[in-house]
Design a protein. Structure first.
Length: 388
């Protein structure tokens, strides 16, 4: 059993968190470091600038930290026999049958070739089904046609930040995606984000229930994750979201904003709100081999490398993305055995089974780049330094 965290190390965690909390930096945060049965939590700052203090049970938009939860729900339905990892998804998602693929990823939408094979559930979990975000699209002199169609015309909000206020209902969303060609052949390369959004539609159709209900019955309820969902009525507990700008932090989403009411599209890629203890429960389930939620083989697959060298070579979120990590099912898996994923609206979630360590940092400051912000890096470093 792990020996826990040293007293000096705990003070180091607290100091690392305090160093970043200020109205013009990170207005508020909850940081949790757990090892064995020992759990240390820092709740600092304010839910909104000049507002109520952050508490341990405060709620945050977890954005892409939603993705591992979507993967776990998918594997739960696989265990129930409702879907199969290597089955073409067109049985439940006929909108994705008979795919066409762009000749050039940045080319006209009508210049396509046939897909070499159907899209499978495994492709969605590994982000290799042929559609998604890649950094090149943001560096182009003019927007790519596929990006214009997806984001401006169809409002899919799958090649940029989450946008629950404008995404259409699931049937309209998947029909819109199905009207577009793929950006790459299924299985060819890693493209970020969209695979998890499609999984949400797949899960709802497989279970014959809304996605929120699927997550509640398969993940949230069994694990006691009472604070997790696609929206919250408890807006007094929800942190205001802030976006950095040249003029300082500006409100991106108030507590009574887009996450305070049920969305038309529950986005499994980036739509959840949660609390630090809910995310700890989810982390411990995976670190413990699945418990009552998943079998051990499903957890092992979710938390191990699922990409080929060729898929890694042509994908990633910038230079060096795959240097020390690869991709499992909807999350990064590191060469040292740790796994997890972060959310661009201010969160990070890391599970390190070899060290029996969990590090969760929840803030409301939106990221400015794909690189892990300093507050998250410093708290992680302090957590590792605190190991007895």
């Amino acid at each position: 059993m792990a020996e826990g965290l040293t007293a000096a190390g705990i003070e180091g965690i607290a100091a690392a968190a305090r160093a970043h909390v200020a109205p013009d930096r990170v207005p508020g945060l909850v940081a949790l470091v757990a090892r064995g049965e020992q759990v240390h939590v820092e709740a600092l700052g304010e839910l909104e600038i000049g507002g109520s203090p952050v508490r341990r049970d405060s709620l945050f938009r977890i954005a892409s930290t939603s993705k591992p939860i979507a993967a776990a729900a998918t594997l739960a339905l696989v265990g129930e026999g409702l879907i199969d990892l290597d089955e073409p998804v067109e049985r439940l998602l006929p909108e994705l049958a008979d795919r066409r693929v762009l000749r050039r990823i940045d080319g006209p939408l009508d210049e396509t070739v046939p897909a070499a094979r159907p899209v499978t559930t495994r492709d969605l979990l590994t982000f290799t089904f042929g559609f998604g975000l890649t950094p090149e699209m943001f560096m182009a002199a003019t927007p790519w046609p596929v990006m214009n169609a997806s984001e401006t015309d169809l409002h899919l909000a799958t090649l940029g930040p989450p946008d629950p206020a404008h995404q259409p209902d699931p049937d309209t969303w998947i029909a819109g995606l199905g009207s577009l060609p793929l950006m790459a052949q299924p299985g060819e390369r890693w493209l970020y984000n969209t695979g998890a959004s499609v999984l949400g539609v797949l899960l709802a159709r497989a279970a014959g229930a809304p996605l929120g209900e699927v997550l509640e019955t398969r993940i949230f309820g069994p694990l006691g994750m009472r604070d997790s969902g696609f929206w919250t009525a408890q807006t007094a507990r929800l942190a205001t979201g802030y976006r950095p700008s040249a003029a300082g932090l500006v409100v991106a989403d108030p507590a009574n904003g887009a996450w305070s009411r049920p969305p038309r599209f529950g986005d499994a890629a980036a739509g959840l709100v949660s609390s630090v203890d809910d995310l700890l429960a989810f982390a411990r389930m995976l670190a413990g081999g699945g418990g009552r939620v998943l079998d051990a083989d499903a957890v092992a697959a979710m938390c191990s490398d699922q990409l080929t060298a060729a898929q890694r070579a042509s994908g990633g979120l910038g230079a060096g993305f795959f240097d020390e990590q690869s991709w499992g099912f909807c999350q990064a898996v590191r060469s040292d055995g740790a796994f997890g994923w972060d959310g661009g609206l201010g969160t990070s979630w890391l599970v390190d089974p070899r060290r029996d360590l969990v590090v969760i940092v929840l803030t409301q400051r939106y990221w400015e780049s794909p690189q892990l912000p300093a507050v998250h890096r410093d708290i992680r470093a302090a957590a590792h330094a605190a190991l007895a």
